[in-house]
Design a binder for this molecule. Structure first.
Ligand code: ZN
Ligand code: FE
Length: 302
């Protein structure tokens, strides 16, 4: 099946969705104050993306993306079926799509049972990992657009953690799903590509608008904070975020979503260009990609 490329679409204004302080996407009915993203005309009430996040397995996040305009609902990855089915029931949504970021079992093993429960389920995932993802209907590549009803996600190829890993950027709604590429205060392990490849992928995510809400595949933030503080103990943004994370986890609350701006300020893996970070790892004159590699290899041993 073919997927459209971006030039096929003329997107209208996204200014609302990208304003700072864009409120939570997770609760309540659409209201003008949280309007954003969806283009509306005449008397049609403004409606926008709804995102529902919940834990799966031990530290994976399940996420549902819902389009109120059409009723379409996607699961971002499929760690396990039961919590996804429970979340669908809780919201009264019917699963129509699965958007897969990469081939690891903790992201795809829910696909077969979900397809059995919803035979019309449309599975979208990276063309480069097509052989490893069950029931893949729509293969996507860099720049393709994945659809969830009327919602549109631009596909960003982010190789590193796996070679075909992709992220889904709902740019009209200011929401991105990064799988196991970018975590809050961390990034995925580079299992299938050299560190420099992962660095290039992270740069693509870092270039998204700062207010973009970022959902990640795992709740790793507390452990990531402990490591990040070994690199930048004096970074006020990091120290503040680490305290916030401690408080949130103490209350058993998620630390995600985060934002691109917050990660640029506090996540050492996105900060390999900063002179302070280069100096901290004893590489003041090195390439950012090499600095990133040093930080990533330290984390591998941490
Ligand atoms: Zn993974
Ligand atoms: Fe994972």
């Amino acid at each position: 099946m073919r997927v459209e490329s971006p030039p096929a679409f003329g997107y209208a204004s996204t200014a609302d969705a990208r304003r700072p302080g864009f409120p939570s996407l997770d609760e309540g009915a659409p209201s003008p104050s949280r309007a954003g993203g969806v283009i509306h005309t005449g008397n049609v009430a403004p409606m926008t993306i709804a995102v529902h996040q919940f834990l799966c397995l031990t530290d994976n996040y399940g996420v549902l993306v819902h389009d109120p305009a059409t009723g379409a609902t996607a699961t971002i990855d499929a760690p396990e079926p039961e919590p996804i089915l429970a979340a669908l029931a809780e919201r009264g949504w019917t699963l129509t799509d699965a958007l897969i970021t990469h081939h690891h079992a903790d992201h795809i093993q829910g696909v077969p049972p979900l397809r059995e429960r919803f035979p019309a389920l449309k599975v979208t995932g990276p063309a480069k990992e097509a052989a490893r993802i069950p029931f893949l209907d729509i293969e996507v590549r860099e720049g393709n657009v994945a659809r969830v009803g009327a919602l549109r996600a631009k596909v960003i190829e982010t190789p590193g953690h796996t070679l075909g890993h992709i992220a889904y950027n709902f740019d009209e709604d200011g929401v991105a799903f990064c799988g196991d590429t970018l975590f809050s205060l961390g990034c995925g392990r580079c299992f299938e590509a050299p560190y420099a490849v992962m660095w290039s992928s992270l740069l693509k995510l870092a270039a998204l608008p700062g207010e973009t809400k970022v959902y990640c595949g795992h709740e790793y933030t507390a452990a990531n904070a402990r490591f990040a503080l070994t690199i930048e103990p004096d970074n006020a943004a990091l120290v503040g975020r680490a305290e916030e994370v401690k408080r949130l986890r103490g209350e058993n609350r998620p630390t995600l979503p985060t934002t691109i701006a917050a990660e640029l300020a506090a996540n050492p893996f996105l900060r390999a260009e900063e002179p302070s970070v280069k100096a901290a790892v004893g590489m003041p004159n090195a390439d950012p990609a090499q600095v990133f590699g040093e930080i990533r290899s330290r984390k591998d041993r941490f």
